[in-house]
Design a protein around this ligand. Structure first.
Ligand code: ZN
Ligand code: ZN
Ligand code: FE
Length: 757
């Protein structure tokens, strides 16, 4: 290179997810292409680059580093400083000693990249048709890591010593597979095989081809994937889908689909550009999208639903399975209801034998299970409903550094979080802790995240509910504890991911959460911040006859609302036809296993059932979901504001008048669609009215929305719209779920504030 007089030298320190994601080969190739000399190294303070050349070249290097960074990397900061030029004439990668790589942020598992896909289907490539092809830009990560540093001996790839060819790629800084820990080929890597329903291997030269034939013939296959087993059937085969429903004990809940490519996705769903990009992203989540009518799908994929959950193939094996006759498969997690997804071969045979006809196994162990993520577009933004494979353990970045906290989440849709510096590592979806397997997985995940990110928490934050297994577990530990009210955690979660620090009005519309007064809350207006809150308003508490039983039978909740409004002289309502109401009324009168709740989810259940919707449900929130869908995504003009009273120190949104109005509309023969539109519109009007009043009282203009009910698109979009029109600044969830899957982030934020003050 030219003599060092015209040369400038710069040192870049880059932080974020920049290690173990192909960053060094990227820098190496970029520097060489531009004609710069220098070095790149992984260090404990991040990726350290020294670069030397003309200032124009260095500028190009700097901007291209940001613009063209590898797909798995996330740059959170770049520090640039001038240093004296030296004599050198090459660019080199300085190899790092494993011990210094503590700042490594482990990447999530991501979908097959285009380069690897091309090689997979290229007959001249040595990995042609090899179902475990990957590179530094794609493949398994989080699910195969047992320990740090992120190096092959500490992953489940340790059983597969690299062959000479693979080793050469692994060692070559210019290669796409430089330091790709899961690198493998047919000679040295894992393989797939097919078995019968008992797990006995079938003799077949081409297992993938045979699997395709079996699926095409209507068989149910358990297919081992990236984060666990899927149960798969041909999604065009009514009988196969029906058998799968029976096998899984899931008679109505919609099944997720895997479609061959975007062309096929567009055939089944209405998709805009953002949705297409999301499907095609490296995270490859399940997207809930509007379902097209009159397609060739089996009738029982998503009965009664106007939405479909679809995803694209994300492992090489998926791509191979869908490269021939099959272009759409049901791909549902291999588990019963909310048990954790199955990951181990022997465990799969034990749990799934009898449910499936065949297994498609492989011998790359899954160390940590990870379910498919689920996202939806609402108010023009893609939002997570379940943040898992492809996203976890990518941290949520907070504005400031703080002490390390362990947050154990809630009970249903549990996730846990561990924080370090400014990062909050939210776990993958763990599931409903009511069942033992999920609880085991919960403990394992906590231990695992602590280990791989080297986090020693100073405090454990838990929900106030004394019966949650997460709470009970927290209380058995020796660390200091902090209990945080469920809806306060929801509020703090929405604040934290939006970098808010000033008090807000929180509209928290939820299913259930333990209140500070020992009753069940769930339709709350909270005013507060991380330090604390006041319960400014709530939906009028109602008796829930039979507790859990009422959640599964919304008509019981409706009856409670009617009884509250009309007393003994109940109106003549179609919903009550054929129902034996006297035992339920007795339960309410005597308050047998019948707690009070201000839940917004239960209000939806009650109104849905009364209006002619589901009286009993087969999966969570079915009545409310179908009631929303009945509105055809419109609010109409008609609405009735709820009465707002203030009997004590907080406001009550009372439901009596709304019930009377609803009953009179039902009497007048209003359709389910118009009742749904009217109710949604009424609720939005009431919430805005309530927010206005709280804003006048407090002078606060910032509003956060959180809680599971805000998965209701009609309510969510209508409310955001109406509040914005009233000049409120509205903050919502974009990084973590609005449901209880996002609670742990809020618990961390409250815990940090507690330790710091
Ligand atoms: Zn790749
Ligand atoms: Zn090899
Ligand atoms: Fe909640």
């Amino acid at each position: 290179m030219s003599d060092s007089h015209n040369q400038v030298r710069r040192r870049f320190t880059i932080n974020g997810i920049v290690q173990g994601v192909g960053f060094r080969p990227f820098i190496y190739n970029l520097a060489r292409e531009i004609g710069l000399t220098g070095t790149v190294a992984n260090t404990s303070v991040g990726v350290l680059i020294e670069i030397q050349g003309e200032s124009k070249q260095i500028q190009a290097f700097s901007s291209r580093t940001e613009a063209e960074a590898p797909p798995l990397s996330t740059i959170t900061s770049i520090k640039e400083e001038p240093i004296p030029a030296t004599e050198e004439n090459d660019f080199i990668i300085i190899s790092s000693e494993g011990a210094s790589e503590v700042a490594t942020l482990i990447s999530p598992d991501v979908a097959l990249c285009e380069d690897c896909r091309n090689e997979l289907f290229d007959p001249s490539n040595r990995r042609y048709g090899y179902p475990f092809i990957n590179c530094t830009n794609c493949g398994p990560r989080y699910t195969i890591i047992e320990n740090i540093p992120y190096d092959r001996p500490y992953t489940s790839m340790k059983h597969f010593p690299l062959c000479v060819d693979c080793q050469e790629e692994y060692d070559n800084p210019a290669d796409r597979r430089f330091h790709a820990q899961p690198n493998a080929c047919p000679v040295c890597g894992p393989h797939v095989w097919l078995s019968d329903d008992k797990g006995h291997a079938l003799d077949s030269k081409d297992s993938v081809k045979l699997a395709i034939d079996l699926l095409s013939g209507g068989k149910i296959l358990a297919i081992k994937g990236l984060g666990g087993f899927h149960l798969a059937v041909d999604a065009k085969n009514d009988a196969a889908v029906a058998r799968l429903r029976q096998a899984k004990g899931r008679d109505e809940k919609p099944f997720a689909l895997m479609v061959r490519d975007l062309d096929k996705a567009i055939r089944y769903c209405e998709l805009d550009e953002k949705e297409v990009q999301t499907l095609d992203s490296i995270q490859a989540p399940i997207l809930l999208a509007g379902q097209k009518k009159g397609t060739d799908l089996a009738v029982n994929i998503a009965p009664g639903s106007d939405r479909l959950g679809i995803m694209l193939p994300y492992t090489p094996l998926h791509h191979m399975l869908m490269s021939h006759s099959l272009d759409v498969l049901v791909m549902t997690s291999a588990n019963f209801s909310e048990e954790p997804i199955c990951i181990d071969n022997d465990e799969a045979v034990e749990r799934l034998s009898g449910m499936v006809d065949n297994f498609l196994f492989h011998d790359r162990d899954i160390y940590l299970r990870s379910d498919d993520s689920v996202v939806i577009k609402m108010d023009d933004t893609i939002r997570p409903i379940r943040r898992s494979r492809g996203y976890a353990p990518r941290p949520v970045f907070l504005k400031d550094e703080g002490p390390s906290i362990l947050a154990v989440g809630a009970e249903l849709k549990n996730t846990v979080a561990l924080s370090k510096d400014e990062k909050v590592f939210l776990s993958q979806h763990i599931g409903d802790l009511e069942n033992l397997e999920a609880f085991e997985f919960f403990k394992m995940t906590i231990e695992h995240i602590q280990r791989i990110f080297e986090i020693e928490p100073e405090l454990i934050v838990h929900d106030l509910h004394p019966e949650y297994l997460s709470t009970k577990w927290a209380k058995e530990q020796t660390l200091s504890l902090l209990g945080v009210q469920h809806h306060h955690a929801h509020l703090a979660s929405a604040m934290a991911e939006n970098d808010l620090n000033e008090p807000v009005i929180g509209i928290i519309m939820d299913g259930t959460g333990f209140g500070t007064d020992g009753t069940i809350w769930g339709g709350e207006f909270l005013v507060g911040d991380y330090a604390g809150f006041s319960r400014a308003a709530c939906i009028e508490p109602m008796v829930l006859p039979g507790g859990e039983a009422a959640i599964k039978a919304p008509w019981r909740t409706s009856l409670s609302y009617l009884y509250h409004t009309y007393g003994e002289t109940l109106p003549d309502i179609p919903m009550l036809e054929g129902k034996d109401i006297s035992p339920i009324l007795q339960m309410i009168d005597k308050r047998i296993n019948s707690p009070f709740t201000s839940s917004c989810g239960r209000l939806f259940d009650a109104v849905a059932a009364l209006s002619g919707g589901r009286r009993e449900i087969r999966y969570e929130a079915q009545a409310a979901i179908e009631f929303m869908q009945a509105a055809n995504n419109e609010l109409g003009k008609d609405r009735t504001a709820f009465d707002i009273t203030q009997p004590e120190n907080h406001y009550i949104i009372s439901v009596g008048h709304i019930m009377q109005e609803l009953v009179s509309r039902i009497d007048s023969g209003y359709s389910l669609a118009s009742l749904s539109q009217w109710f949604h519109h009424s609720l939005i009007t009431t919430f805005v009215k309530m927010t206005n009043r709280l804003s006048q009282n407090s002078g606060i203009n910032s509003v956060v929305l959180s809680g599971g009910v805000f998965q209701n698109m009609l309510l969510f979009e209508g409310l955001v719209n109406a509040l914005t029109k009233h000049n409120f600044v509205v903050y919502t969830h974009k990084q973590v779920p609005t449901n209880d899957g996002g609670i742990a982030l809020g618990q961390v934020a409250v815990g940090r504030n507690f330790l710091e003050n």
